[in-house]
Write a protein that binds this ligand. Structure first.
Ligand SMILES: NC(=O)c1ccc[n+]([C@@H]2O[C@H](COP(=O)([O-])OP(=O)(O)OC[C@H]3O[C@@H](n4cnc5c(N)ncnc54)[C@H](O)[C@@H]3O)[C@@H](O)[C@H]2O)c1
Length: 269
């Protein structure tokens, strides 16, 4: 009996992902590629670091490119988006994912730290979404924007107030965009993970290993999240089968945001 292979849901679509050399960014890029999308990757890291990963993405049978770009720089992001669109077509799947985190409470954070973190985490996400949507509208194509937010945008955390502000801003940006862009069949959502066992959280836990286990125990499901699980949620929102979900925050946190507001530091019991 001959087996017919299933058509890939995102076959031939153009995706663009920022922070694509980070742990969650890589998982998102790979997942979208395995579902058939050509992927434009952007990050601040050296292009040499991107080479092995580009090979891996291309191994899924799609096209991929890497651009070194600081998302805080609106002009650089515009140039990246235009170059990617020239290569793969207007980006139908836009995933602003790049972020940094500064461990400094309100009394300790400097105006420079506050401004830089908003520049990357909020303005940077805006720059990519804005430039990408302009390309889509000019091409008269439908699309999906999925911001990578955080449960920290839904609850106050005293040790990372700047990060919380940026992620809360993203949620409102995605809702305003969703309302404005729905008539153009551009759906805009946010995936808001809790504790992912990688990336920014893993970086903090490296400095304080017992905090990882404490964090896990604080999650009602008692589980940390795998980057591939975040990527699957992003891909689900990108799937053409999703024709109705827009302006939503898909909180992927094992119930963490249902627990009481905390004044404790990351991972404290
Ligand atoms: N790890 C977690 O527990 C967790 C939880 C919730 C949300 N998130 C979100 O997931 C996303 C990815 O984070 P991660 O955990 O994979 O961290 P990560 O540090 O592994 O990845 C972030 C990537 O963004 C890149 N980046 C930083 N500044 C940039 C800039 N100015 N321009 C372009 N790229 C830049 C970094 O080089 C890095 O590759 C972020 O939006 C983060 O807020 C992470």
């Amino acid at each position: 009996m001959t087996q017919t292979s299933q058509p890939k849901p995102l076959a031939g679509q153009a995706a663009i992902v920022s922070g694509a050399l980070g742990d969650i960014g890589r998982a998102i890029a790979l997942t979208l590629a395995h579902q058939g999308a050509h992927v434009a990757l952007g990050d601040v890291k050296d292009p040499a670091e991107a080479e092995p990963f580009l090979k891996e993405v291309r191994g899924a049978g799609v096209r991929a490119r890497y651009d070194r770009v600081d998302v805080a720089d609106a002009q650089a992001v515009g140039a990246w988006v235009r170059a990617a669109a020239k290569d793969f077509g207007a980006p139908a799947l836009i995933v602003p994912n790049a972020a940094i985190v500064t461990l400094a409470d309100f009394r300790a954070v400097t105006p420079e730290q506050f401004a830089r973190e908003l520049d990357v985490n909020l303005h940077g996400a805006f720059h990519l979404a804005h430039a990408g949507v302009q390309e889509l509208l000019a091409a008269k194509k439908p699309g999906r924007v999925v911001f990578v937010g955080s449960w920290a945008g839904q609850r106050p955390h005293v040790h990372i107030p700047t990060y919380c502000v940026a992620k809360a801003g993203l949620r409102m940006l995605s809702q305003c965009m969703a309302l404005e862009l729905a008539p153009f069949d551009i759906l805009v959502n946010e995936v808001a993970p809790g504790y992912v066992d990688a990336g920014l959280s893993a970086m903090l836990w490296k400095k304080n290993p017992p905090a990882r286990e404490k964090a896990r125990r604080n999650v009602p499901t008692q589980r940390l999240i795998d980057p591939a699980e975040v990527a699957a949620a992003v891909a689900w929102l990108c799937d053409p089968a999703n024709r109705h979900v827009t302006g939503q925050s898909l909180v992927l946190d094992g119930g963490l945001s249902l627990t009481s507001v905390t004044t404790k530091k990351e991972g404290e019991a």
